[in-house]
Design a protein. Structure first.
Ligand SMILES: [Zn+2]
Length: 429
């Protein structure tokens, strides 16, 4: 006897007509024509069922603060940082918690159940850290939240940042962050990478740095990050977020850099929505895209996962917690439109990100956690194209969100009365 059976599902690996049997909080059977009874059943005929979406790079302390204290007029990263500096020093813990919880409500309806958030540790009061630790506890039944201590104003550049980062880690923040390209000089950026990797090694923590988020072809902190990763034996536990300078680097140099990153097993986290919005701002025309070299990094065997980064905050006025929107942008900016390309992009929103975050029991095999999402799409390619509704979101075997399918009604003589955008327009391949 099962608690729940999801019937007749299409899986991300291409299997169709599969039944998923759940007992308690675990998946215990994944097979066709599962002959068993369950207390509850979900009919997923012709629908894609996937493990939950995973966002490995977000800013939960700033989300939904758009317009506070005023809008970002220039739309640049630097004005965004200045605005956030003003907001951060005035925001109360209650406001920060309330905004984060509201974002998480939205995330759940989008099937986004794992989030890694950077938390700004620049203000010595660390109200942001207190608030995000409270959020992490409150949402634990439905979202796994990892927190990164992020010295946003610079580890050396901002007075008090060294002490504040240590205190944040003492308070229970999970991961060591950094922002070497924002330090005063390349030399101080290099030194910050070394110091922060040393802290991670001493404390036994992972590292996730905003790294080379610039169009400067000579911003090369990722080289230092990879080297220090190897030096401190942190292979596989270090993430380099953004890496946009790699877009502009010399090709010969990159041919040496990528194998070094592979040796260090760096997890690469591009943020396509934010990168295409913020990079290339100093260019006239032609304008650079400013996203890192996704295809080449994938080809070299590196683990690539995409982050949403921002939703309605001082840096980005858009966003809806939909990781498929992130993947949709990645397809365009990385020019990865082939069928196999898109499958790799879908992995970068799910299994690759789960690896980056070290999530245990993630997947759709017997023994995995009963966390899954039913989408109004036939397969992963259609999901990326349509960004469809999440018909059911299941966490630990329980349905925690539902959406109605998006159906268009037509009132045209001689034409169909209803249209299911996915089902009725699927290509024959
Ligand atoms: Zn970020």
């Amino acid at each position: 006897m099962f608690d729940l059976i999801v019937r007749n599902a299409n899986l991300p690996d291409g299997r169709t007509g599969v039944d998923i049997g759940i007992a308690g909080k675990k998946i215990v059977a994944v097979e066709r024509n599962l002959e068993a009874q369950a207390k509850d059943e979900i009919d997923a005929t012709g629908r894609l069922v996937t493990p939950p979406f995973v966002d490995p790079h977000f800013h939960m302390d700033a989300t939904l603060s758009l317009g506070l204290p005023r809008m970002n007029v220039s739309g640049t990263l630097l004005e965004g940082i200045a605005l956030w500096g003003e907001l951060r020093s005035n925001a109360t813990k209650e406001e920060l918690v309330d905004r984060a919880l509201r974002y998480c409500d939205l995330a759940v309806t989008q099937g986004l159940l794992f989030i890694r958030s950077h938390v700004d540790t620049s203000d010595p009061k660390l109200v942001t850290v207190e608030a995000m630790i409270e959020v992490r506890e409150k949402i634990a039944p439905y979202i796994d939240l990892q927190l990164v201590a992020f010295p946003q104003d610079g580890y050396y550049r901002s007075s008090g940042a060294i002490d504040a980062l240590d205190r944040a880690l003492d308070m229970g923040v999970d991961i060591v962050g950094g922002i070497p390209h924002f330090e005063r000089t390349m030399g101080e950026g290099t030194a910050s990478v070394e110091a922060l990797c040393r802290i991670a090694a001493d404390r036994g923590l992972p590292v996730d740095m905003h790294c080379d988020e610039t169009d400067d072809p000579l911003s090369r902190h990722i080289e230092t990050l990879a080297t220090q990763t190897i030096r401190f034996g942190l292979e596989g536990r270090v993430a380099g977020s953004h890496l946009t300078s790699m877009h502009s680097m010399d090709n010969y140099y990159v041919s040496k850099l990528i194998p070094l990153m592979a040796e260090a097993q760096i997890n690469v986290i591009p943020n396509p929505l934010i990168n295409i919005m913020l990079q290339g701002r100093h260019d006239t025309y032609p304008k650079r895209r400013g996203m890192t070299r996704i295809r080449e990094l994938m080809d070299a065997g590196l683990n690539i996962s995409f982050g949403h980064d921002c939703v309605m905050d001082p840096w980005y006025s858009m966003g809806s917690g939909d990781m498929l929107e992130v993947g949709h942008m990645a397809i365009h900016v990385a020019q990865m439109a082939g069928i196999e390309d898109k499958k790799r992009i879908f992995d970068a929103l799910t299994v690759n990100s789960a690896k980056t975050m070290g999530i245990e029991g993630y997947g759709l095999e017997p023994g995995c956690n009963a966390d899954l999402v039913v989408l109004q799409a036939r397969d992963t390619l259609e999901a990326l194209r349509l960004k469809p509704n999440r018909l059911a979101v299941i966490r630990c075997g329980k349905t925690i969100a539902r959406s109605e399918p998006r159906i268009g009604e037509l009132f045209l003589e001689g034409r169909p009365a209803k249209i299911d955008g996915g089902r009725d327009y699927a290509p024959r391949h």
